[in-house]
Design a protein around this ligand. Structure first.
Ligand SMILES: CCCCCCCCCC/C=C\CCCC(=O)SCCNC(=O)CCNC(=O)[C@H](O)C(C)(C)COP(=O)(O)OP(=O)(O)OC[C@H]1O[C@@H](n2cnc3c(N)ncnc32)[C@H](O)[C@@H]1OP(=O)(O)O
Ligand SMILES: Cc1cc2nc3c(=O)[nH]c(=O)nc-3n(C[C@H](O)[C@H](O)[C@H](O)COP(=O)(O)OP(=O)(O)OC[C@H]3O[C@@H](n4cnc5c(N)ncnc54)[C@H](O)[C@@H]3O)c2cc1C
Length: 664
C-alpha cells in the first residue's frame, strides 16, 4: 500500500495550475521557496517530531519545548539563516514557545518604543539571545483596560532610578508568555509617577532573573500560572505571574521614544502621539491576521482531504458509496471556510502593506493614518480570529467521529488557536474600537474632511443610503460592482443607524454602552467589507498560471455570497436587497460550490503543507487514512499492555463483586 496516492483521482480533476497557485498563496516565488525549504528542513529532522506531544505530562512537555527551541536556535546559527528563514523555521516547528514572545513582542517593543540609544544597547543582546524577553502588560485584575493597570513606576530623583512595585494582589502581572520560567528580562508596563503625580502607562525594561544562575532577582516573585485548555496545545508555553517589591531600575530603562523623563524628574512629551505606547499591539495584531489564514487553511486542508476519502451511504448495485464531499451540506459548510482561508491570506498581505506604510509615515512624523491602522488591525484581528477558531471547530465536525481523535490534529489545533480570540485584545473589545472609529467618521461627514482609505466609501454616504440592488438574475451576483455596492451599502447604513440612535442620548458614553451590541454588528459589517474589497483588489492583479485567476474568482464569489447569505438579515433590514435578490444570491452560491468541487483537493494542495506540519492522519497527502488510524491506535501508551494497569486493583474486585451478587 506504501506510495499509493488515494487522492490521485481527485487530483486528476484539477482545472488549474497548482504550482502557480502555490506562488499566489505564498505571496511571491521567493517566499514560496523559503517556506518550502524551511518546512522540509523541519519535517525531515527527527528532533522536531511532535506526534507524541499530547501524551506528555506538563513538565516533560515544557522541557521538550525548551529542547526544540534551543535546537532550532542552534540550526539557525549553524545554517546562517536570514531573519526571514529563521522566522519561517520557527513557525514550522509549530510549538508555542518563549521565543514567540521574545522575537514577536519583546524585540518589537524595544524597536518601536525605544530611543536610538536604547535600541543600540538592548537589541544586540536580544538578537544574540544573550537576554530573553517577554511582554509583561496584563495583570490579574486588568487586561483589556490598559489604563487600569496598577503596577507603579515611581521616579526617585535621589538615585536617578524608577522603583517598580506591585501595590495589590490584582496588580500582579498575569499571563505574559515566556515569563513563568524562561525570560531574563521583560518590557513591563506600569503607571508612571513623578513627584506624586500620575502620567499614564509606559513601558520599562526590567531584568527579572540572574544571568548567572537564572534565580529571580531580589524583590521579584515569578512563577508559571498553571495548566491551560487542552492537552499539549498552549501548555508548551510558560505563561507567568510576576510581582515586584520595590525593584529599582536605572532611569534610562524606561522606553523613551514617546515620552522622556529628565534627570530632574520632569516629563517631556515628544511629538509622537501617546498611543504609540500601544504600537507593539498594532504590530502583533497585524501578524495575527496573517497567521489566521494559516491556521484556518490547515484545518480546511485536513477536512477537505478527509471529506474526499470518507464515504457514507448512496451505494447502489455494490458500487462505491458517496464521498461525503459530494453532499451539498458538506460543501456549504466546508467551501466557505476554504474561501475564507484565501480571503484572509489576501487581506493579511494587504494589512502587512498598510502596517509598513504607517510605520514609514510615523518615521517621517506623519501620524495621519494611525487611527485607521489601529481600526484595521484591531477589527481584522477580531474578525479573522473569530472565524478561524469557529472554522477549526467546524472542520472537526466535518470529519465526523474521527475528527475528535487527537491524531486528526484538529483538537490540538483548536486548543492552541482559540486563545487568539482573547490575547492581543479581546475580540469584542477590539470591535468596539472599530465602532468608535466608525462613529467618529460618521460624525465628521460633511465637515470638509473627506474620509480616506478603507473608510472612503463613507464619502459617498448619500448615494449609499439611497441606492437599491440592481440584481435581476442569479448570475448578476458575479458582478464585483454589485457585490461591493451591497457590502458598502450595508456597512454604511448600519453605521448611520447606530449614529442616529446615539445622537438621541444626552451622554454619548452612556449611549455607546447601551448600543454596544449594535455597534459591534456595524463594525463586523465594515470589516467584512474590507476583506471582500481586498479580495476583489487581488483579482485585479496580474495572476499568471492556467486557470488560477478563474479559481480565485470562484472563491471570491463563494466568500462574498456566503457572507451575504449568512447575514441576509442585515442586507434585508437595511433595505438594500429584496428577499428575491437574497434568494438569487443563494442560488448563485450553490452553483459556485459545484465549480469548487473538482478543484477542492488541488486548492488545499496549493497550501503546500508537509504531513509533518499538518500533523493529521485525516489530512495526510496520500489520503491513506484507515491503515494509519489503525496503526496509531496501537501506538497509544494504553495499548502497551493487554491488561491495563489498575486491573487487579479496580476491575477484578468489581467483577468478583458482581459475580457474588449474581450467585446470590
Ligand atoms: C514575524 C514573527 C511573528 C511572530 C508573531 C508573534 C505573535 C506572538 C503571538 C503570541 C501569542 C500571544 C501573545 C499575546 C500577547 C498579549 O496578549 S499582550 C496584551 C495585549 N493586550 C491588549 O490587547 C489589551 C487590549 N486593550 C487595548 O488595546 C486598549 O486599552 C483599548 C484599545 C481597549 C483602549 O482602551 P481605552 O481606555 O478606551 O483607550 P485609551 O487608552 O484611553 O486610548 C484611546 C485612544 O487611543 C486610540 N488607540 C487605542 N489603542 C490604540 C493603538 N493600539 N494604536 C493607536 N491608537 C490606539 C483609540 O482609538 C482612542 O483614540 P481617540 O481618542 O478616539 O482618537
Ligand atoms: C494564551 C494567552 C496568552 C497571553 N499572553 C500575554 C502576554 O504575553 N502578555 C500580556 O501582557 N498579556 C497576555 N495575555 C493576556 C491577554 O492579552 C488578555 O487576556 C486579553 O487582553 C483580554 O483581557 P482580559 O483577560 O482582561 O479580559 P476581560 O477584559 O476581563 O474580558 C472578560 C469579558 O468582558 C468583556 N469586556 C471587557 N471589557 C469590555 C467592554 N469595555 N465592553 C464590553 N465588553 C467588555 C470581554 O468581551 C470578555 O467577554 C495572554 C492571554 C492568553 C489567553
Amino acid at each position: 500500500m506504501e506510495g499509493v496516492d488515494y487522492l490521485a483521482d481527485e487530483r486528476k480533476k484539477t482545472e488549474f495550475d497548482v504550482e502557480e497557485m502555490k506562488i499566489v498563496w505564498a505571496g511571491s516565488r521567493h517566499t514560496f521557496e523559503v517556506s518550502d525549504r524551511m518546512a522540509k528542513l523541519v519535517a525531515n529532522d527527527p528532533v522536531f517530531r511532535k506526534d507524541d506531544r499530547v501524551m506528555l505530562a506538563r513538565k516533560d512537555l515544557f522541557k521538550n519545548t525548551l529542547r526544540k527551541a534551543t535546537y532550532a536556535w542552534k540550526r539557525i546559527n549553524e545554517l546562517r539563516l536570514s531573519e526571514e528563514e529563521a522566522s519561517k523555521l520557527r513557525s514550522f516547528v509549530d510549538e508555542p514557545a518563549f521565543t514567540d514572545l521574545h522575537w514577536g513582542m519583546f524585540v518589537p517593543a524595544i524597536k518601536g518604543q525605544g530611543t536610538d540609544e536604547q535600541q543600540k544597547k538592548w537589541l544586540p543582546l536580544a538578537y544574540k539571545m544573550q537576554i530573553i524577553g517577554c511582554y509583561a502588560q496584563t495583570e490579574l485584575g486588568h487586561g483589556s483596560n490598559v489604563q487600569g493597570l496598577e503596577t507603579t513606576a515611581t521616579f526617585d530623583p535621589q538615585t536617578d532610578e524608577f522603583v517598580i512595585h506591585s501595590p495589590t494582589l490584582t496588580s500582579s502581572k498575569w499571563w505574559p508568555g515566556g515569563l513563568g520560567k524562561v525570560s531574563t528580562h521583560g518590557v513591563v508596563y506600569a503607571r508612571l509617577i513623578l513627584d506624586g503625580q500620575e502620567h499614564g502607562i509606559h513601558g520599562f525594561i526590567v531584568q527579572l532573573r540572574s544571568l548567572e544562575d537564572h534565580r529571580p532577582l531580589p524583590g521579584i516573585t515569578v512563577a508559571d500560572i498553571g495548566m491551560k485548555f487542552g492537552s499539549g496545545a498552549y501548555n508548551t508555553m510558560d505563561n507567568g505571574l510576576l510581582r515586584f517589591d520595590h525593584v529599582r531600575i536605572p532611569r534610562d530603562q524606561m522606553l523613551m521614544r514617546v515620552s522622556q523623563v529628565t534627570r530632574d524628574g520632569k516629563i517631556v512629551q515628544s511629538d509622537v502621539p501617546r498611543q504609540l505606547v500601544y504600537g507593539t499591539m498594532v504590530y502583533v495584531r497585524q501578524t495575527i491576521v496573517q497567521d489566521a489564514s494559516i491556521a484556518l487553511s490547515r484545518a480546511v486542508c485536513i477536512a477537505t482531504r478527509y471529506s474526499a476519502v470518507r464515504r457514507q451511504f448512496g451505494s447502489s448495485n455494490g458500487g462505491p458509496e458517496t464521498q461525503v464531499i459530494d453532499y451539498k451540506t458538506q460543501q456549504s459548510r466546508l467551501f466557505p471556510l476554504l474561501a475564507s482561508a484565501y480571503a484572509f491570506r489576501f487581506v493579511g498581505e494587504w494589512l502587512k502593506w498598510l502596517y509598513t506604510d504607517v510605520t514609514q509615515r510615523l518615521q517621517a512624523n506623519d501620524f495621519s493614518t494611525l487611527p485607521e491602522a489601529h481600526a484595521c488591525t484591531a477589527g481584522l484581528k477580531s474578525l479573522t480570529t473569530s472565524v478561524t477558531a469557529d472554522g477549526i471547530e467546524e472542520s472537526r465536525k466535518l470529519c465526523g467521529g474521527h475528527g475528535y481523535l487527537a491524531s486528526s490534529g484538529l483538537p490540538e489545533l483548536f486548543a492552541v488557536y482559540v486563545p487568539a480570540c482573547t490575547y492581543e485584545g479581546d475580540n469584542t473589545v477590539l470591535m468596539l474600537q472599530v465602532a468608535r472609529f466608525l462613529m467618529k467618521t460618521v460624525s465628521q461627514l460633511g465637515s470638509g474632511k473627506p474620509p480616506v482609505g478603507t473608510i472612503s466609501y463613507m464619502g459617498r454616504i448619500e448615494q449609499l443610503m439611497q441606492c437599491r440592488c440592481a440584481v435581476k438574475k442569479a448570475g448578476d451576483w458575479l458582478n464585483p460592482n454589485a457585490v461591493l455596492e451591497a457590502f458598502e451599502a450595508r456597512a454604511a447604513r448600519m453605521s448611520v443607524s447606530c449614529a442616529q440612535k446615539l445622537s438621541k442620548f444626552s451622554n454619548p458614553e452612556e449611549g455607546f454602552a447601551e448600543l454596544s451590541a449594535d455597534l459591534v454588528e456595524a463594525a463586523v459589517a465594515h470589516c467584512q467589507l474590507i476583506v471582500v474589497s481586498k479580495f476583489f483588489e487581488k483579482l485585479q492583479q496580474d495572476i499568471p498560471g492556467k486557470g488560477v485567476k478563474r479559481q480565485l474568482e470562484v472563491l471570491c464569489g463563494v466568500y462574498s455570497l456566503h457572507l451575504l447569505h449568512k447575514h441576509q438579515g442585515d442586507f434585508l433590514a437595511t433595505s438594500y436587497i429584496t428577499p428575491k435578490q437574497a434568494s438569487l444570491a443563494n442560488d448563485q452560491l450553490r452553483e459556485l460550490y459545484s465549480q469548487v468541487r473538482p478543484n477542492a483537493i488541488a486548492l488545499v494542495d496549493a497550501f503546500n503543507y508537509t504531513d509533518h506540519y499538518l500533523g493529521s492522519i485525516l489530512g495526510c497527502y496520500d489520503g491513506n487514512v484507515y491503515p494509519k488510524l489503525y496503526e496509531a491506535a496501537w501506538r497509544d501508551p494504553l495499548n502497551d499492555s493487554v491488561i491495563p494497569d489498575g486491573y487487579e486493583q479496580y476491575i477484578r474486585p468489581l467483577l468478583k463483586q458482581q459475580l457474588r451478587v449474581a450467585k446470590l
